[in-house]
Ligand binder design. Structure first.
Ligand code: AMP
Length: 566
């Protein structure tokens, strides 16, 4: 049975599996490895991936992107007349990826290793599992993205002892981790990150700059200019172009919007200064947690599409005083590592000598009350399993009832780094009855056991009686019940995903529409005609004619886009 690996990314998702020759990427229905993590509805027709991404510009109200950022939260996304949660949108994406894998591997797929940011808390991890369940996928293991990346790189040099830092700047998340490899054993020493920082923030910074400039050149208020989606698209193109060349010429002439501007790498440095400051904090923290200085690092590895930006690369080399390595494609590293993990799970013999350990990304603990100036105050946090502990782990802490004669102790479980529980994440609670003891305060042993699958077991024991009571934290808030999952599954099943031959046509239609939004009057007529002709051709269903049209339209659109960014 093949376990597939899925990098469920904020901006792009990837698929792979493990073969005797190592990890191998699986292309989607378009033959591409990157599937944009974007969902769009055209009436009841579902678009997933590239065609949905193109519709972000032409149909922003029917399209959702970056939803991974709100996994585990209740935030609804309105797509047309329907409302979806991030879990449901992820389920639609996973379902498409699963179908792509089944087509490519020519058989049913039931199990997957899915990568998640190291900084995902329990609720977010549960949300990913719920999404997988809705897509009819069993999660064989959730693997932290930097851990997966390390596995992809670690495999290559497993004989040598080394300490390395994984710098992962994706579309919407930033993770930085320190790992040690010794005799084939890989250990994550520390992880830190920012779940709200990524390449899209660089795009947003450029877009803000373009909005300010376009407001001046079009003589319009910036709020009005900000409402035009063309500028977002232009900003993304400018960002990509600036990874290749030193300056880029941006032009837009779609009345009332006017823009004619040269953007240089120096200007990009200037307008993203605050983003670099935000990259700094997790980097400092991970070095502090691992008690390392830059000289102690043997290698620095870059992961995530946004590390292609020269300004990010030079900044990393400056801070860590080392040239970062990027021998693997930064977009593919995580999914390749996840495939190695999938291979490990299905016990592929090529991997016998690789052992993996993982760490807890957060501190786990309980609420305690303390006496402050003679007054008992609740709300303080007592850590039991410290962050960055190597997993699996089991730790015990003895608590004392506040007063003699107390009949019950409440153990509330929290995850986080703040001294007060109000700033940490509540995971669950258990009430432990204690015998009436009017003279002394009773003692209760509380044991936390935590493993890589994300299950936290809380065992309590009243020391005087030996009575035990346990709590298994798996039904966390944000997780769906079996019944809910079944109902949701049924609902999601009604959305038909495009068959392979249609995906390409849908993407091209969406691309024409995208160009239309950027075009001037005369060009718009041409694009409209192009769309009509193509639709007429699709009606006739002659595949060779359609393919020929696709080719000519694609090159026409490329020439057209070159007018706007060059
Ligand atoms: P990921 O989530 O790892 O796929 O990263 C996606 C992010 O990387 C997006 O914000 C992309 O805009 C960005 N990205 C991809 N390629 C490049 C490039 N050549 N230059 C700058 N940013 C890029």
């Amino acid at each position: 049975m093949t376990h597939i690996a899925i990098d469920l990314g904020t901006t792009n998702s990837l698929l792979s599996y493990f073969t005797e020759d190592g990890p191998k990427l699986i292309p989607n229905a378009l033959g591409e490895y990157l599937t944009p993590s974007v969902i769009s509805f055209a009436g009841t027709t579902l678009h997933v991936g590239a065609s949905a991404k193109a519709r972000l510009v032409s149909h922003p109200d029917d399209t959702a992107a970056l939803f991974k950022r709100t996994m585990g939260a209740e935030k609804p996304y309105s797509l047309g007349k329907k409302s979806f949660t991030a879990v449901e949108l992820s389920a639609l994406l996973l379902k498409t990826l699963k179908q792509d894998a089944e087509t490519y591997l020519q058989g049913p797929i039931t199990d997957a290793v899915i990568s998640v940011p190291a900084y995902f808390n329990e609720m977010q991890r549960k949300a990913v599992k719920s999404a997988a369940a809705m897509a009819d996928l069993q999660v064989a293991r959730l693997i932290n993205e930097p851990t997966a990346a390390a596995l992809a790189y670690g495999l290559q040099d497993k004989e040598e002892e080394s300490t390395f830092l994984v710098f992962d700047l994706g579309g919407g998340t930033f993770d930085v981790s320190i790992l040690e490899v010794f005799e084939g054993v890989m250990e994550v020493k520390a992880t830190a990150g920012d779940a709200y920082l990524g390449g899209e923030d660089f795009t947003a910074a450029i877009a803000n700059h373009l909005i300010a400039q376009a407001a001046v050149s079009s003589n319009l208020p910036p709020e009005q200019v900000a409402g035009y989606p063309q500028l977002q698209h232009l900003a993304e193109q400018a960002k990509l172009a600036l990874s290749e060349k030193h300056e880029v010429h941006l032009q837009l002439d779609t009345p009332p919007l006017q823009l004619d501007l040269v953007l240089t790498r120096e200007k990009l440095e200037e307008i993203t200064e605050n983003l670099k400051r935000r990259l700094r904090a997790p980097l400092d923290r991970v070095m502090y947690d691992a008690r390392l200085s830059p000289e102690d690092l043997d290698r620095v590895v870059l992961v995530g599409g946004a590390t292609r930006m020269p300004l990010v690369r030079s900044w990393v080399s400056k801070i860590l005083r080392k040239f970062p390595e990027a021998t693997l494609d930064p977009d593919q590293v995580v999914v390749m590592g996840a495939a190695v993990q999938a291979g490990l799970i299905s016990k592929n013999s090529a991997l016998d000598d690789v052992v993996m350990t993982d760490v807890s990304a957060f501190t786990l603990g309980t609420e305690i009350a303390q006496e402050v100036n003679g007054i008992i105050k609740a709300g303080y946090f007592q850590p039991i399993i410290e962050r960055n502990s190597v997993l699996p782990i089991s730790r015990e802490h003895i608590f004392t009832a506040m007063v003699p004669g107390q009949r019950e102790v409440n153990i509330s479980v929290y995850q986080g780094e703040a001294p007060l529980i109000e700033s940490n994440l509540f995971l669950g609670e258990i009430d432990v009855p204690i015998p009436y003891n009017k003279k002394e305060q009773e003692n209760i042993a509380v044991r936390f056991s935590y493993d890589v699958s994300g299950l936290l077991e809380v065992d309590t024991k009243v020391l005087s009686t030996g009575k035990r009571k346990s709590l298994l934290l798996k039904n966390l808030a944000g997780e769906l019940s079996e019944k809910e999952i079944k109902t949701r599954l049924k609902e999601l099943a009604q959305y038909k995903v495009h068959p392979k031959d249609q995906a390409e046509n849908q993407r091209l239609r969406a691309h024409i529409e995208q160009c239309y939004t950027m075009a001037k009057n005369a060009d718009r007529d041409i694009l409209m005609q192009m769309l009509r002709d193509f639709d007429a051709l699709l009606e006739k269903q002659n595949s060779s004619d359609i393919e020929a049209a696709r080719e000519s339209i694609t090159s026409n659109l490329a020439a057209f886009e070159a007018n706007y960014v060059h």
